[in-house]
Design a protein around this ligand. Structure first.
Ligand code: ADP
Ligand code: ADP
Ligand code: ZN
Ligand code: ZN
Length: 744
């Protein structure tokens, strides 16, 4: 990796990219703009970052490479002068319940050092204060802070026999392997209800051990239900399980705060050690801003140097708008935007230079006030000698670029070209969609709708909410605003929604139901499309389903074949039999107006709209177009759509309902400025159609289009959690405590 002034991309063709070549300046911040689907991610993540990762991996020995994820070669002639990449995306930080803000950012380490130097009495060297080491962890909960017990009354239906399904966990259902280890052991009368077991039999079922049994061909050692459950589930960290296993598991256990450490995770020696009256668990429970204040007040000279270092790391958290988080907060509970910013904090702490940082919409979840802090931190990364690439739609982030690359002009096949490269001033004067919208601003709505009724929230105190009571209007568009951490999600998701379960949440969680899911099946238009083909060909509709008889037997209708590789991400290759067409050849002999079913699945929603005359199909395609998804093909696997795209796809399928309450969290995520007008048009139609819409948003153009605003604040965390304003938008302008008001 030689030192040159530019990263040179030559002949990039990944996805919709049209053989493009460009130079990206090093040691600068380059922002990539363009409508959604224009090819920004295909260029930045799937070409530049992927190639950087691949080139980096090639520098390792073949042995080490065997343990690294496999990166295929992107479709590009060459990318030169790359640096080692650091990809900072919005994937949640997993890691189970042992992963906290403190451990993840490694800010916990200087805090432990502080206690080992200055804590009284000292518990020992630093690991004595760590809940992830045997020397520091609470012996009862092993550092988890919670204890979990198997609830036998939930696990067993004692009125049933083994054959009748007495063991309620789905992995132990009659016929399953785990069920056989009991039912075929020869130890029980499989038709006897458990309540009729003798004491001995019951003990054998629950706690039996050291017995050799044979299940047909297989000899094994019998293990009682309780021991087996503990070994298989309880000893595992629930947060590290898949969502499905955890949800199942949680039905059979009761979990409580650890009675020994009271949730503090540490052993008695660590908790007895104090600094100015506080132990390490108490300091970890403070919000980052509060912990900073505490450190600034320390007078002990033994603590001064470590405290200064710790304060510097904490300052990064505060600057990036996460000052309301405590070090003890589990990373699994953070939102996508919070996760991305936390990853950034972790990297700000290291002293590596000449890296290639790649960020995906870092402004997600950030109030305009916090966006300016974010841009400051990106500047700091650059000034340390790094190259920073950012995919963004937010005008304030775009404006901080040293260099802009605008991809377009349109989405999908109409995009994939560089339509502008240069300075921000140049972009503002450029005739591209981004250039034109950057200088425009929507005005506050002139006349707002009147509420038709009210949905109330009373005395909410969850997380940071301070006894909040608020009336949310129906029949209008309500936007909930406030700086990050002020309590918007807590109020709407955690308090309002459980009380109003009939509300429809349109969120950014992925919509994959199985690996064959695609927009056509998800939106329900696959049925009328198949019927159209059936009518035109005189065949049965089932023939045209890639889930059944018509599908290619080699790839089962997927079009690709997955190969699992030990130690690596599996790889997928185009199916050799159907060449990716998903169907048997005889199915492809039938056409509808000249197109095969495979051709139709390769159409974008926009192309399909020109092709289909069938009304129900058109309605959905029109809706997909309206939400800015006209560039998606009908057969694109849903596993490849982003969170923002998934959210708009859900919106497109919901548009025909009436009288419902819709809740959406940042629906502008991933949406270009030029598409926001379209999205607002759809939301307006929803409201005009008799629905109520509640949005959590930071995008100022969206806030300005609200009928009703609920502003939370004034700050994040404990300094927030109040309703500062609830009413029509105009009134907010005179609310002095509101940060949002200053930006409108
Ligand atoms: P942007 O980042 O600008 O929103 P993308 O690079 O994600 O755009 O998408 C550009 C085009 O490539 C779109 O038409 C999109 O549907 C398509 N595309 C993106 N990812 C994949 C994929 N994994 N497989 C097939 N097509 C894809
Ligand atoms: P917003 O949506 O306005 O960004 P949140 O509702 O996410 O704010 O957060 C409000 C406060 O509640 C913050 O102090 C945050 O740290 C806290 N909080 C949110 N979720 C959790 C959780 N799962 N556990 C503990 N605290 C939480
Ligand atoms: Zn404990
Ligand atoms: Zn096939």
């Amino acid at each position: 990796m030689t030192e040159r002034a530019f990263i040179e991309v030559r002949g990039a063709r990944e996805h919709n990219l049209k053989n493009i070549s460009l130079n990206i300046p090093k040691h600068r911040i380059t922002v990539f703009t363009g409508v959604s689907g224009s090819g920004k991610s295909s260029l930045v993540f799937d070409t530049v970052a992927a190639e950087a990762q691949r080139q980096l991996n090639e520098t390792f020995t073949a042995f080490v490479q065997g343990f690294l994820p496999h990166y295929g070669q992107p479709d590009v002639d060459r990318v030169s002068h790359l640096n080692a990449p650091v990809i900072i995306n919005q994937k949640r930080v997993g890691g189970g319940s042992r992963s906290t803000v403190g451990t993840y950012t490694d800010i916990a380490a200087p805090l432990r050092l502080l206690f080992s130097r200055a804590g009284q009495p000292s518990a020992g060297p630093a690991f004595a204060y760590s809940f992830n080491t045997p020397q520091g962890m609470c012996p009862e909960c092993e550092g988890i802070g919670k204890t979990t017990q198997l609830d036998l009354d939930r696990l067993l239906d004692r009125t049933q026999s083994l054959n009748g399904g007495a063991i309620l966990h789905p992995d132990f259902k009659p016929g399953k392997w785990l069920w056989k280890t009991y039912a075929l052991s020869g130890l029980f009368d499989n038709d006897k209800p458990v309540q009729d077991y003798t004491e001995q039999e019951l003990h054998l079922l629950l706690h039996g051990r050291d017995l050799k049994v044979s299940l047909g061909e297989i000899n094994m050692t019998y293990e009682g239900l309780v021991e087996r459950f503990e070994r298989m589930y309880l000893k595992k960290d629930a947060a590290a399980m898949s969502d499905r296993s955890r949800a199942v598991f949680e039905q059979f256990v009761t979990s409580q705060t650890c009675p020994v450490c009271g949730g503090a995770r540490l052993n008695a020696a660590a908790l007895a050690s104090r600094l100015e009256g506080k132990n390490i668990a108490e300091l970890s429970d403070l919000e980052a801003t509060e912990l900073l204040t505490f450190l600034q007040g320390l007078t002990d000279p033994a603590a001064a140097r470590v405290a200064a270092h710790l304060a510097e790391r904490l300052a990064h958290l505060v600057e990036i708008g996460l000052g309301y988080l405590s070090l003890s907060r589990e990373t699994a509970t953070l939102s996508g935007g919070e996760s991305q910013r936390l990853k950034l904090v972790r990297h700000l702490g290291n002293s590596l230079t000449d890296m290639l940082y790649v960020l995906d919409e870092p402004s997600v979840g950030l109030h305009p006030r916090d966006v300016s802090r974010l841009t400051g931190l990106l500047g700091a990364l650059r000034d340390k000698g790094n190259t920073v690439l950012v995919v963004e739609h937010d005008p304030d982030v775009i404006r901080m670029a040293d260099h802009v690359v605008d991809i377009g002009p349109g989405p999908g096949v109409r995009g994939g070209e560089v339509v502008f490269e240069g300075s921000i001033e140049g972009l503002e004067a450029a005739p591209t969609l981004t250039g034109r919208h950057l200088t425009q601003q929507l005005p506050l709505k002139a006349s707002v709708r009147e509420p038709r009724g009210w949905l109330s929230v009373k005395g909410a105190r969850l997380h940071n909410l301070k006894d909040v009571s608020v009336e949310i209007p129906t029949g209008v568009l309500t936007v909930v605003t406030g700086v990050a951490g002020s309590g918007k999600s807590t109020l709407i998701h955690d308090v309002f929604l459980p009380q109003h379960p009939d509300a429809i949440v349109i969120d950014q969680s992925r919509v994959t139901t199985n690996s064959r899911s695609a927009p056509a099946t998800y939106t329900g238009i696959m049925d009328p499309i198949r019927k159209g083909f059936a009518k035109a060909s005189g065949q049965s509709p089932a023939l045209f389903s890639f889930n059944s008889e018509g599908s290619c037997p080699n790839c089962a209708g997927l079009g690709v074949v997955y190969t699992d590789l030990a130690f690596m991400e599996g790889i997928s290759t185009v199916c050799e039999v159907c060449e990716g067409k998903r169907f048997k050849p005889e199915v492809l002999r039938h056409t509808l107006r000249g197109q095969t079913i495979s051709d139709v699945l390769n159409m974008t929603a926009e192309t399909a709209l020109a092709f289909f005359t069938e009304k129900p199909v058109r309605a959905v395609l029109q809706a997909m177009n309206d939400v800015g998804l006209g560039y998606l093909t009908l057969g694109q696997p849903l596993s490849t759509v982003s969170g923002g795209e998934a959210q708009r796809l859900k919106l497109a399928t919901e548009l025909h309902k009436k009288g419902s309450v819709y809740v959406m969290d940042e629906p502008t995520t991933g949406l270009h400025l030029s598409d926001i007008g379209l999205l607002m048009g759809i939301i307006d139609r929803l409201v005009d159609g008799g629905n109520s819409v509640i949005l959590i948003e930071h995008q100022l153009d969206v806030i300005r289009q609200a009928d009703w605003l609920i502003d939370l604040g004034p700050e994040g965390g404990r300094a927030g959690g109040e309703v500062l304003y609830s009413g029509p938008p105009k009134g907010l302008l005179t609310c002095e405590r509101s940060v949002t008001a200053r930006y409108l």
